[in-house]
Design a protein around this ligand. Structure first.
Ligand SMILES: [Zn+2]
Length: 116
């Protein structure tokens, strides 16, 4: 893996994102890209952060219920200011809001998707 050139890494990521763009997938995790590209997770995280700056995608934060583990909130990083608890709509558990519990989830931007 360590002998991959930067352009090869970019190419693998681009191919993966293109496949997603033309598929039915609307949201995905970094781990999914790592799995389909065979790249280390850290490399994927760095590359997708770059692509977020280029506005090809948006990285949101997903929160899961501590009790039933279902996804209870997906939000933009900038919209988390005044949340202090989230009641789970599935099991009713009131979850303390902690940004450290967030799982990043990626959505491709509409114009990026339409470029394929
Ligand atoms: Zn729950």
């Amino acid at each position: 893996m360590s002998n991959l050139k930067p352009w090869e890494i970019s190419q693998k990521i681009d191919n993966a994102l293109q496949a997603i763009a033309i598929s039915e997938i609307s949201k995905f995790y970094h781990s999914y890209i790592a799995k389909i590209t065979n790249l280390p997770l850290g490399v994927v995280i760095d590359k997708l952060a770059e692509l977020e700056k280029q506005e090809a995608l948006v990285i949101k934060l997903e929160f899961h219920c501590e009790e039933c583990s279902r996804s209870i909130l997906t939000a933009n990083k900038y919209d988390l200011g005044n949340i202090d608890s989230i009641t789970c709509k599935y099991c009713g558990t009131e979850n303390c809001f902690d940004p450290l519990n967030a799982i990043p989830i990626i959505e491709l931007s509409e114009d990026f998707k339409q470029s394929f």
